[in-house]
Design a protein around this ligand. Sequence first.
Ligand code: HEM
Length: 124
Amino acid sequence: MKKDIAGKREIHLLVDAFYEKVKKDDIIGFIFTDIARVNWEQHLPVMYDFWDNVLFQTGDYSGNPMVTHAQLHHRFPLTGEHFTRWKKLFLETIEEHFEGPNAELARQRALSIATVMEIKISGR
Ligand code: HEM
């Protein structure tokens, strides 16, 4: 049976599994690997803190993803197709590993943050 996202252990699994999909993805993978040339050793801990904070209000994340993605968009335009794929991969990852109230919360937060981000960066 699938378990809920209870804390750091599950957050690490969620983030790691998500980026394994992202890196292989034909629509958004290259944005991470070739355009932004993400340093995974640095990026993954930031993402653990981000999701830990989103789900459990740890206060460990102090970045501004809206600014980060607006800057990325300036270098390489992020389209509706990119966001649709990001959401698909993230929701698939949750679905494959977890179920429960926190899994549902992660699903909803991912969708709402992605929607706000897409609207903000596209200037709509
Ligand atoms: C089209 C969809 C997206 C793409 C292509 C994308 C790509 C990226 C890339 C390349 C970075 C690394 C930037 C860098 O360090 O140079 C990044 C950082 C990040 N992304 Fe995304 N992203 C997308 C959507 C999202 C969404 C929907 C969320 C949140 C739900 C999110 C959360 C973050 C966070 C928290 C960071 C770290 C920002 C920081 O350094 O504080 N991303 N993203």
